[in-house]
Ligand binder design. Sequence first.
Ligand code: SF4
Length: 271
Amino acid sequence: MERQIHLFEEPAPDPRPPETVTWNLWHGCTKVSPGCAHCYMFRRDEGVGRDPRVVSKTQAFDLPVRILRAGEFRGRYRIPVGSHFYTCFSSDFFHADADGWRPAAWDMIRERADCSFFMITKRPERIGDHLPPDWGEGWAHVTVAVTCENQAMAEKRLPVYLALPLKHRAVMIEPMLSAVDLRSNGIARIESVSVGGESGPDARPCDFAWVLDVREQCAENGVAFSYHQTGARLVKDGREYRIPRAKQHEQARRANLDLGGTDRLGEIPGE
Ligand code: SF4
């Protein structure tokens, strides 16, 4: 495959604006914890008669390193310099069935160090043995986030996650299924926390008091916080509200709870 190689000279600046791209390089997964119960990827696949447990490489596998073959920007990467990739949102980047493809994925991520990559896993125990050989203390353009949907998963996953060499650490509490105490689980070593309720027809309730409590923990520790979406069933002051899908992100935004940074996430698996 032809690649952009610039020996001894700086490449010309890329005049195109950066893009935000979803890069689903493999598809399919298996459920590992309560947060997976109503995974939207399962819902969608089962709706079209596809087995969501079969993990397969997608047509988009080489997206970050594809080269334009024609036009004004011929010879450049199809995805502009400085773009942001949301990686593996219809699977888990550290799923065992993708072990054979991951080294090539790391090669592409290494090659596109001019971009940033964000991925979420519920399998932090597999990260350490599946990093690239030159990972060192982490790559500055890669964020590996971990999901802790309830207190039990925070206690199980965070000690493993915090021991890993990562340049950026982010915690997703989505779908939020209980109050989560991060104070005793290394909150000061986390860069950002994103919280959200569960969507879909079988959504479980999310209590607004849990959301406020995590926000308070973040505020105390200087950690960025984002209230990503309310979910379909929001409990506030003991009363449950049904929030239509179209309003779940908007209502969370209106709560005006975010601290530091911006939330660029769209729909994520398990919401
Ligand atoms: S929520 Fe994530 S980890 Fe769980 S089954 Fe879905 S894609 Fe896999």
